[in-house]
Structure formats: C-alpha cells, structure tokens
Design a protein around this ligand. Structure first.
Ligand code: ZN
Ligand code: ZN
Length: 362
C-alpha cells in the first residue's frame, strides 16, 4: 500500500514560503499522528519572517495549533492528563520536547529543556517531515505532551493554547499578582490580550499599552482599566496613567510582550520600588536595550525573563479557557483565516499588524 501524502510549509528564506509534499509517517511507539485542523500565526513566526533571528533563516513554520488524532503509536492510550485518546479526538500539544534527561530538566526547569526544539528546528526535508503546524499533519513525539481539547472552546482559541495562552499563564503565575495590584501590559497581540484576561481574572487592575487603536479597543473589551496608545502618548503620559491608578506609587508589575527591545527600557521605569518586570516578547537575540543599573538597583526592581512553559501549563491553559469561555469576548480575537496555500498572505498581513493573530485553517 502506498503511504498517503501530506503538505508542509517551508520558509525558504525570510519573507518567502513554499508548500512541500511528503509521505505521512506512521507514528512510532509513544507518538501520535495528527491531522492538523488549525494553526495560528504567533509573533515569533513574524520575527523569523522579518529575518530578525539569525539562527532561523529557513525551515518549518508554525507551532501553535490543534489537530485531530489520526493514529496512535504503540503504547499511547491516554493524553498526558490521563484522559482516554482515540482517533478523531481534538487535541493540542506542547510545541517543544521535555526530554527529562538534560541538565535543565534534571533541575526541574522543564521549560528550559535543552532539547526543546530538537524536532521543531529540523527542516521539512528531514524525516519524519511533519515537525511544525503550518502543515496538513503533525507528529507528536514521545517527549511532547498532548492534551484533549475540552468542549466549549472555539477552534481558534484552542489553537492559541499551546503558545500564547500557556505562555501567558506561566507568566502570570510567575508575577503572581494579588487582587487590586496594578499591572502594565505592553503589547496587545495575542499574548497581551490573554494577559489582560488573566490579570482581570485575578482581579488585578490593568493598564494596557499598544500602538494600534483596534488592539486597545480589544483590551478594553477584555476589561483593561486604562488603555494608552503609545503612538500618541509620551513616556510621561504613560507614567501619569500608571500613577493615576496606583496612587503615584508605580506598577506592581510590568509584562512586556511587544517584541521591541526599547519597550523593556520604558517598562522598567514604570515599576514601583521592589516591583517586577517580566520580559517575554523579545525572542530574537542580538537586539539591545538601554538599562540604567544604578537607578534600577536603587529601586530594587526585579527583572525576569521567560521562554516556553512547564508542559502541564498547557493543561491549565485549556482549563482556563474552558472556565472563562463566557467571561471574555474571545471570539473578538479571531480576525482572519487563511488556507495552507495562503500562508504567505497570512504572514504578510500579520507582519503589517493588519490582523491580531491570523489563523491557518486546514
Ligand atoms: Zn531536557
Ligand atoms: Zn508562539
């Protein structure tokens, strides 16, 4: 019997994609073969697309997404939360591996697994070909987590769970705001808008910051107390807005998901003495931001950086989305969908910020 063929997108060079065809692999022991249903365009794809990451100049694209189980490898009967898995089930998965053997994993830093991208970094030419989500199929490897998508979550939102939502939930837990705390969220793409939802869910007060009016409107619909358009307002105006909400003291925490190095500099100025700044959005090395270590030391600002998340956060992310499905206007996030043939347009439109988080529907 001939093996069925599937398609996967390859970024040939920054700004250009090609659709390639390969035989769909059978899942090996511990693996799960998925037929992709939907994949969202994340900010990190846009960094590669713009050629801003010198380490990723060509390769697979797409890591957010959901798929239906096509075939289960030997020994797989449940997802990583113990729910039974069968062909046809809608699932999501960590886009990275947690090997449990490397120095980071051995220290319990599962989000920093040194082998995290061992599959995702492969070129589509390399077997088993289906390493990324802009494709008809996806192979979940033994050291990835897979979770069933609960009912009541739209496909679009479920497709954000394995990057934007899980990442932000880990970020919020890291900052751990108390009710009434003042949080500044800089950058209102997918990550930032989920951050607004999670901060409001914890009864924090939110100052939401972006350059795009439509995104600020969305932040307001998600419950942001104050929105600041950085295209129009100065550093001083932003500080005034934070001071107005915090009685002149400053922000308890600033979460930066802009992907712009200078935003870290301006964010650091907003935290109160002993306050926190969490950087998540800047993922491309080699771009620098100015810091004033003396001023920051005097205010004892706590600066942290995060990448990825412990794999069970994906399960928590799905639970959060199911629990808050009626509390937040998630449907408003869905701005544009494209077919696999239209990935080039999806990336171009996203790069120009014409859409918040474009979706590829297979
Ligand atoms: Zn590891
Ligand atoms: Zn992502």
């Amino acid at each position: 019997m001939t093996q069925p063929m599937g398609q996967i997108i390859k970024m040939v060079e920054p700004g250009t994609v090609a659709l390639q065809s390969y035989e769909v692999p059978d899942p090996g022991p511990g693996e799960v073969l998925l037929r992709m249903v939907r994949a969202n365009v994340c900010g990190s794809e846009l960094h590669y697309w713009a050629g801003r990451n010198p380490q990723v100049r060509a390769g697979c694209l797409g890591h957010e997404g959901i798929g239906r189980v096509e075939a289960l490898g030997q020994g797989v009967a449940t997802d990583n939360a113990g729910s039974p898995l069968s062909p046809g089930d809608l699932v999501t998965f960590t886009y990275f591996v947690v090997c449990q053997r490397c120095p980071s994993c051995r220290r319990g830093l599962f989000h920093l697994c040194e082998n995290g991208y061992q599959w995702w970094r492969k070129q589509p030419e390399e077997s088993p070909h289906f390493h990324a989500t802009f494709a008809t199929h996806y192979l979940v490897h033994r050291d990835q987590h897979v979770y069933r998508v609960p009912t009541g979550i739209s496909d679009y939102v479920a497709a954000s769970a394995n990057c934007a939502v899980a990442q932000m939930l880990f970020g919020l837990d890291t900052v751990d705001p108390r009710p009434g705390d003042v949080l500044v969220i800089q950058g209102l793409g997918g990550l930032g808008l989920y951050a607004v939802a999670m901060a409001k869910h914890r009864a924090a007060r939110v100052v939401a910051v972006d350059l795009v009016e439509g995104r600020l409107d969305l932040a307001q619909r998600f419950g942001a107390d104050v929105v600041v358009n950085r295209a129009k307002e100065s550093d001083e105006n932003l500080r005034d807005a934070v001071n107005a909400l915090s009685g002149g003291y400053g922000a308890d925490a600033v979460i930066d998901v802009t992907g712009v190095p200078e935003s870290l500099t301006s964010g650091l100025a907003l935290a109160h003495p002993g306050g926190q700044v969490l950087e998540i959005g800047n993922v491309s090395p080699g771009r620098v931001a100015e810091l004033d270590p003396g001023a920051l030391t005097r205010r004892a600002v706590r600066l942290q950086f995060l990448i990825r998340y412990p794999p069970w956060y994906l399960h928590k992310a799905l639970a959060f989305l199911a629990e808050t499905a009626h509390q937040f206007p998630y449907a408003a996030l869905e701005s544009a969908s494209y077919s696999l043939d239209e990935v080039q347009a999806a990336l171009d439109h996203s790069a120009r910020r014409e859409v918040v988080r474009a979706s590829i529907v297979m």
